[in-house]
Design a protein around this ligand. Sequence first.
Ligand SMILES: Cc1cc2nc3c(=O)[nH]c(=O)nc-3n(C[C@H](O)[C@H](O)[C@H](O)COP(=O)(O)OP(=O)(O)OC[C@H]3O[C@@H](n4cnc5c(N)ncnc54)[C@H](O)[C@@H]3O)c2cc1C
Length: 429
Amino acid sequence: MQFFNVVIVGAGPAGLISALELSKAGCHVAVIEKIKDVREVRRACSQQLILDEEYEGDIVTVNESGFYFKNADFTVPYKGDLIPLYDKYYHSPKNHCLHFARDNGKTPFSYKFQKTDLLGGMYDLCEASGVTFFMHTRASKISDSDAGAEVTILHKDRTSETLFCKKLILAEGVNANLANRLGMNSKRFYMAASPVVKQVYRGVTGIAPNSWNLYYGKAYYSNSPVIIGPGFDGTVEVTATGGTHVRPLEVLSNFTTKSPMAEFFANAQLVDAYGCCLKARMPMSEPCKGNVIVLGDAAAMIETEVQGAFLCGYYGAHAVIRELQGEDGWNDYTKWWLSAFEFNRADYMRVAQGYGLVPTYTDDELDYLFALVEDVTMPGTYSQYRTPALMWDTIFSRIDIVMEDNHALYDKICNVNKISLNTSLTASK
Ligand SMILES: Cc1cc2nc3c(=O)[nH]c(=O)nc-3n(C[C@H](O)[C@H](O)[C@H](O)COP(=O)(O)OP(=O)(O)OC[C@H]3O[C@@H](n4cnc5c(N)ncnc54)[C@H](O)[C@@H]3O)c2cc1C
């Protein structure tokens, strides 16, 4: 059996930064990761850094060293490519658009980065700082007792061994399988599992440069919006989410050949594809138990985003250090976790349901509503809490017109938004 102060499952953003912080503090740290090389990660990710102020309790800026987290006061090194995003559009079936931008599109609301470079740089720093990596190795069993935690690991050649540690970090990503085995998901309401596919194309026309586009309506063959954003080297990335009755590849095939977007894909070539499956659960309200702390997506309602995972890893590592010194680090971390993330707010689900435009509204209704406010540029935000709040505030500023034009639609809006609208009106002011 090998002994470590801390074992970390998962070399994603949460696992890597916690490994680095713990190693810098003098801990003997091991990281277990099932993929062979973090520079070859194939899981779908749009790789966007979110610049909204106070998003997830911090303000992130880009400087020559990397991504600086102002409130936590640390930098994640990054010197790779960046693509600024200036405009976010919601498109209706007849291409009426809701527009979100900062300073009328002069200041980016997001930067696209290369996740493989970001994680690769972190991996090198961890190795240089003395972190032991078990790559191409799966953590298959875990147990926890007063004495510490044990992790059975299974190498690619089918040999296994057991690691012992004082504290165990589960940074295993969204599906939280190991946390589940410790009973840490038992209070989390399970919502659904959604497959996601991202396809990378060359030669697509009709997309505004440096823009982020969500397509709403049955005309696009999906209840979830199909999303188009920029890729590297002149490509664009198209992302679709499937559901119980429709697979993402079917959505993408229809979107690119039969929907109103088909003409822009007429000469496009598919150059790459990524995928993943997301198990959506309500977030973990108690991310620490015994000697174990759950960080990043594993404790979230779907995702913390990359920068949120870095924050979890950073604060989680400092909580572990306090625990190792006999102090109550778990309480500090839990307080921060519950206050930092939008999905931990009591009214998050009600406001976020404002996103559920399809099938609640018909394609004609979406065309009408988007046309009603398409002359307005709303503040450029990435937030999945603030965006629907802003959208409904703007539509409601003209609700008297809807009442006159289409009373049935007015009634529908009022009924659907009865709870969420009041909350959203106050939330975005
Ligand atoms: C379609 C899509 C688009 C996204 N777009 C963005 C975006 O634009 N911007 C953004 O910031 N975020 C985005 N995200 C979210 C982002 O990818 C995650 O929030 C982030 O990677 C979470 O980091 P993490 O460290 O918690 O988990 P992960 O990055 O998932 O890392 C977990 C690691 O644990 C490993 N692992 C799991 N189980 C085991 C085991 N038993 N043994 C060994 N290793 C194991 C996995 O292989 C993985 O490497 C997107 C996600 C999706 C699905």
